[in-house]
Design a protein around this ligand. Structure first.
Ligand code: FHN
Length: 451
């Protein structure tokens, strides 16, 4: 199954450096992006009308990603718009979502304010196709989430499909393959009458916006993208812009990897991997291909050890409830992560690199996938290196060279650090792991040294 559906053929994981976008002095950008680099792990939420069909339309089940059902089933605009009449979101509880993210160890949230289907979860003055005016919910879900996030000090980012819009005339469709005449129109008129005003609404009416997450930049020339950049810089100068605004995918404040991909090495600048927990972003009733908690912990660590962020998705049902399986997996990872958080939040990338060779992912039929958790990874804090051991590693481990005399070596366990006996090994240290306090999600050993 192909997850990336943006009209661009799959290619090996790589990063486009934000420096190339030349849109801001790098010190300014570094300051803006500091919280993001510290956060490392975020919750992505894809929620919208597509959660109703949940992967099927008129008795036919579509194997691809659920939020694209309108395209897969070539649903006419007028018929798709009718879905709004059933959208209630009775069980959407913004405070619960924020505490869930916290509990899962996630340090920011990004939600789809408007996906490619054009339906917005916020109250918009420029299009009535929104959760307040067009659905019986009559609720501005983005306001509810913004309030809950602000109250909890949780950074909130807005996903906004600036270019693809399948229900507003003129909105882009990949390769211009329209399936309904009602979709045709003038793209620039769509941008100036719908997309730009809606981005303005989002950046004006909901308090501080941590980041704006543009996507699938079909037809997004420099000139068109610049209009959005100016809008963001004018209204919320601290709001980050991801790397999917402009056709060339230059990162503005940080680079965006392709879906479910990570680079094979670290990079000096900020970057992010958006990823699914099963094989869809929007809810699909029959997608149970969940990644296990140890796969998630491994990916998180692999990404952080390369200097990146992991933005991991949930797709709530149409009623707003979070599928139990995803909640369970993310909570398990949170249980592991929180007592070991010093090794992730604000942690720097590996000082080595040898452990990354052939790392992470391999090519499958159509996209790049991670390997199973295996080997070791390293992250850093001032005066400490953290060694993560994955898979079926032995009870002994020798670190590569360390930059100073070792002060202590501890296994970070659920109950706190446990000191390990150590001996010298080449330029590093060797230690033996106890049989207790180990975790199937990855053992984490903190090596402190005098610099
Ligand atoms: O087409 C979208 C897709 O539905 C989803 O939102 C992902 C998330 O990264 N972005 C696009 C595909 O890359």
């Amino acid at each position: 199954m192909r997850l990336v559906m943006d009209g661009v053929p799959p290619e090996p994981p790589s990063l486009v450096e934000p420096e190339k976008s030349g849109n801001a002095a790098s010190e300014e950008r570094d300051a803006r992006v500091a919280w993001f680099r510290h956060a490392r792990y975020g919750l992505f939420i894809h929620w919208g009308l597509y959660a109703g069909p949940a992967g099927s339309w008129k008795g036919v089940e579509y194997p691809e990603i659920g939020e694209w059902i309108m395209k897969w089933a070539s649903i006419p605009v007028a018929e798709y718009r009718e879905l709004a009449a059933q959208f209630r979101g009775d069980r959407f509880d913004a405070e619960e979502i924020v505490s869930f993210a916290r509990r899962a160890g996630m340090r920011y949230i990004v939600i789809t304010t408007k996906h490619h289907d054009g339906f917005s979860l916020f109250h918009s003055q420029v299009s009535a196709f929104n959760a307040v005016d067009a659905s019986p919910a009559g609720r501005d879900f983005i306001r509810e989430l913004a309030n809950a996030c602000h109250a909890a000090g949780m950074p909130l980012g807005f996903y906004y499909s600036q270019s693809q819009d399948w229900t507003h005339p003129g909105g882009a469709v990949v390769r211009d393959e329209y399936w309904d005449e009602a979709q045709r129109g003038d793209f620039d008129a769509y941008l100036s009458e719908i997309a730009e005003p809606q981005v303005r609404e989002l950046l004006t009416n909901y308090g501080p916006v941590a980041l704006i997450w543009f996507d699938t930049p079909v037809h997004m020339s420099d000139e068109r993208a610049t209009r959005f950049v100016n809008l963001v810089r004018e209204l919320q100068p601290n709001c980050l812009i991801n790397g999917r605004l402009r056709e060339d995918r230059a990162g503005f404040d940080y680079s965006s990897m392709r879906d479910n991909q990570a680079p094979d090495r670290g990079a000096g600048h900020a970057w992010e991997t958006p990823a699914t927990l099963n094989d869809t972003w929007g809810y699909k009733a029959n997608d149970h291909n969940w990644k296990s908690a140890d796969t998630v912990s491994f990916k998180l660590v692999d990404i952080v050890s390369k200097g990146g962020n992991y933005l991991l998705n949930i797709g709530p049902r149409a009623d707003g409830s979070v599928p139990e399986a995803s909640a369970e997996i993310l909570t398990k990872v949170g249980d592991w992560l929180l007592p070991r958080g010093e090794a992730i939040y604000g942690a720097g990338p590996t000082p080595y690199g040898e452990e990354l060779s052939g790392s992470g992912y391999f090519e499958t039929d159509k996209h790049w996938k991670y390997r199973e958790p295996q080997g070791w990874r390293c992250t850093t804090q001032p005066g400490a290196y953290y060694f993560f051991l994955f898979g079926d590693h032995g009870a002994e481990f020798s670190t590569p060279g360390l930059p100073g005399a070792v002060v202590s070596v501890d296994l970070l366990t659920d109950a706190g650090p446990v000191a390990l006996a150590l001996s010298a090994a080449d330029s590093g240290v060797r230690f033996r792991l106890p049989s207790e306090g180990r975790s199937v999600l990855g053992d984490v050993i903190r090596v402190r040294f005098r610099e």
